[in-house]
Design a protein around this ligand. Structure first.
Ligand code: NAD
Ligand code: AHE
Ligand code: ZN
Length: 375
């Protein structure tokens, strides 16, 4: 069938909106009409050429919501008409990783996902005779896409697509990093570096978890007001602090006669490796947990003095907030429907597919929190 898609033809170039061909679902696969998709910083990262796994041409987008329109042979968990959220971290419930119960990182189709193809090694997207790569197993910058059934979470049909698409990445990543990965307790102190589409959701996760002191750090002063909306108690702009923000934050988090200082939990939501180091070193000696959420470009590495770890700080990371998509995503949609979490205010811009490059420009200028394409 002919579908409308924004195609990443080449790294560093704007997406090109065009008609491409999509083949129907094969065994174990599902055809989804995408109704809305968020634009995540990771789409921009891959489009920039910094992603070691970046392939071109490709149809990017991994933060969608839509309706099942057809299923291939053998599909049992979803049917025509179901409302679904595509999962870039699938949940097969059978592989070594899923059955370990130690991780959300299902490995059953990770290899082909990274190669931009379906689990059988072929692509469903093409322009004429030329193949177009899938992206993160989702390709939601197309009004129709095909996914394996293990990569679809069935959700409440009353949930609005243009809001809950954000649960396909940003909301789940931010809240999940707090609840599933860091396991923050009531009364904790926390520092969130980077108050964008992910960091604000870390803030709302911290508020849900009952953290006391929640410090937000961002180089964009406009993010102070945003942070305050989602539970931030203090804001720091590193540009106002001078050379080294770490001692400043460590001092700020001293409480109850503590002579050392440092936050119980810190989160990097910038993708900047220098910030990741600051986040680790601003966590508390002896027990601090520092969670890397940001994605860093090809060739970049993190460093710190090993003494930081010897003295009990824990450096960890999270993908999709540690969420098991088919199990957890429907619950997060319900939290939204019940008013337990907020999404609407963070969706600052809504646009048709034709304007998707404007969504990327707004992100670059720091003007949007989440841009959402509605089909
Ligand atoms: P965003 O562009 O909306 O927000 C980034 C924020 O960081 C901005 O507010 C920016 O001003 C701030 N910032 C930039 N440099 C900074 C610095 N030196 N110090 C303090 N603040 C700084 O991006 P986003 O959508 O929130 O994504 C954030 C990161 O998380 C990206 O790297 C993205 O690729 C990654 N991500 C990871 C996962 C995961 O599963 N691990 C999921 C989604 C996104
Ligand atoms: N392909 C990159 C890494 C990109 C990355 O870290 N992706 C995150 C999700 S970001 C969503 O916005 C993730 O889930 N990673 C786990 C995985 O298996 O990809 C690289 O560096 O090669
Ligand atoms: Zn994302």
């Amino acid at each position: 069938m002919d579908v409308r898609a924004a195609v990443a033809i080449q790294a560093g170039k704007p997406l090109e909106v065009m008609t491409v061909q999509l083949e129907g679902p094969r065994a174990g696969e599902v055809l989804v009409e995408v109704k809305a998709t968020g634009i995540c910083h990771t789409d921009d990262f891959t489009l920039s050429g910094a992603d070691p796994e970046g392939l071109f041409p490709a149809i990017l987008g991994h933060e969608g919501a839509g309706i099942v329109v057809d299923v291939g042979p053998g599909v049992t968990s979803v049917k025509k008409g179901d409302h679904v959220i595509p999962l870039y971290t699938p949940e097969c419930r059978e592989c070594y990783s899923c059955t370990s119960r130690k991780t959300n990182l299902c490995t059953s189709i990770r290899a082909t996902q990274g190669q931009g193809v379906m689990p059988d090694g072929t692509s469903r997207f093409s322009i004429g005779k030329d193949k177009i790569h899938h992206y993160m197993g989702c390709s939601t910058f197309s009004n129709y896409t095909v996914l394996p059934e293990i990569a679809l979470a069935k959700i409440n049909p009353d949930a609005p697509f243009d809001k809950v698409c954000y649960i396909g990445c940003g909301v789940t990543t931010g809240i999940g990093a707090v609840i599933n990965t860091a396991k923050v307790e009531i009364g904790s102190t926390a520092i969130v570096f980077g108050l964008g589409g992910i960091g604000l959701n870390v803030l709302q996760g911290l508020r849900l978890a009952g953290a006391d002191m929640i410090i937000g750090v961002d180089i964009n002063n406009d993010r102070k007001a945003w942070g305050e909306k989602f539970g931030m108690t203090h804001f720091v702009n590193p540009k106002d602090v001078g050379d080294d923000i770490v001692p400043y934050l460590v001092n700020m988090t001293k409480r109850n006669g503590d002579l050392i200082g440092g936050a119980d939990y810190t989160f990097d939501c910038t993708g900047n490796t220098k910030v990741m180091r600051q986040a680790l070193e601003a966590s508390h000696r002896g027990w601090g947990k520092s969670v890397i959420i940001g994605v860093a470009g090809a060739g970049q590495e993190i460093s710190t003095r090993p003494f930081q770890l010897v003295t009990g700080r824990n450096w960890m990371g999270t993908a999709f907030g540690g969420a098991r998509g088919r199990t957890d995503v429907p619950k997060i949609v319900d939290w939204y429907m019940e008013g337990k979490i907020q999404i609407d205010p963070m969706i600052t811009h809504v646009m048709p597919l034709e304007d998707i490059n404007k969504g990327f420009e707004l992100m670059h200028k720091g003007e949007s929190i989440r841009g959402v394409v509605v089909y």
